[in-house]
Design a binder for this molecule. Structure first.
Ligand SMILES: [Fe+2]
Length: 197
C-alpha cells in the first residue's frame, strides 16, 4: 500500500507563490486521489508489492502507469521546495550547478530554456531536468504522467504544468507561475538527487 507523503514544510511556507489553498488541493486532494486509485488498482496484478519507481518503469500505458507516475512525479515535485527566502540568496555551488553552467553557460540561460519548455508543453504534463548515466543533463517535456526515468534518465527537478498546480493562484498565467518558482527550490535536495546513485 502506498501512502500520501508528508510535506517537509508548513502549508503556508510557499506563499505567495504557491498558496496554502493550492497546496491543500494539490497535495491533499489530487495527490491523495492518485494514491487511493493506485492502491485500488494494484491488488492481483503483476505490479503489486513493487517499489513505485519499478511500477513506473515497467507498467504499460494505462491507469496503473498514470497513477503511479503521478505519485512519483508529485513526490519529487513537493519535496524539492523549501520555505521561500529573501530576494538576496547566497551563491549556489555544487556538482549540479557546475554541470548546468558547463552545458548552458549560465544558470539564467538554463532557467530560460526550462521555463520555455514548460510553457510550451501542450496540455497537462511536466517539464524535467534529468541526468543521463554519464551525468550529462537534459530538459525534457513529458505529457500526462510522464517521467524521464522510463527512458533511463534520473529525474532531478520538475515543474508541474497541470493547471491544478497553479490555477487558483495564477489562473491562465502558466509562464509567470513557472518563472516565480525558482526561489522556492531547495538546491541541496536537487544536488543530492544528482550525485546519489
Ligand atoms: Fe500536480
Amino acid at each position: 500500500m502506498f501512502s500520501l507523503i508528508q510535506l517537509p514544510y508548513a502549508p503556508d511556507a510557499l506563499e505567495p507563490i504557491i498558496s496554502a489553498r493550492t497546496l491543500s488541493f494539490h497535495h491533499g486532494k489530487h495527490l491523495q486521489a492518485y494514491v487511493d486509485n493506485l492502491n485500488k488498482l494494484l491488488p492481483g496484478t503483476l505490479f503489486e508489492g513493487l517499489p513505485l519507481e519499478e511500477i513506473v518503469r515497467s507498467a504499460p500505458a494505462g491507469p496503473i502507469f498514470n497513477n503511479a507516475g503521478q505519485i512519483l512525479n508529485h513526490n519529487l515535485y513537493f519535496t524539492q521546495f523549501k520555505a521561500s527566502e529573501p530576494a538576496v540568496q547566497p551563491g549556489l555551488t555544487g556538482h549540479l550547478i557546475a554541470q548546468i553552467e558547463s552545458q548552458w553557460g549560465t544558470l539564467d540561460a538554463f532557467k530560460a530554456e526550462f521555463e520555455a519548455k514548460g510553457t510550451g508543453l501542450f496540455g497537462s504534463g511536466w517539464v524535467w531536468l534529468a541526468a543521463a548515466p554519464d551525468g550529462s543533463l537534459q530538459i525534457t517535456q513529458e505529457p500526462g504522467a510522464g517521467n524521464p526515468l522510463t527512458r533511463g534518465f534520473k529525474p532531478i527537478l520538475t515543474f508541474d504544468v497541470w493547471e491544478h498546480a497553479y490555477y487558483l493562484d495564477w489562473q491562465n498565467r502558466r509562464a509567470a507561475h513557472l518563472a516565480a518558482l525558482w526561489p522556492l527550490l531547495d538546491w541541496q535536495v536537487l544536488e543530492k538527487r544528482y550525485i546519489d546513485d
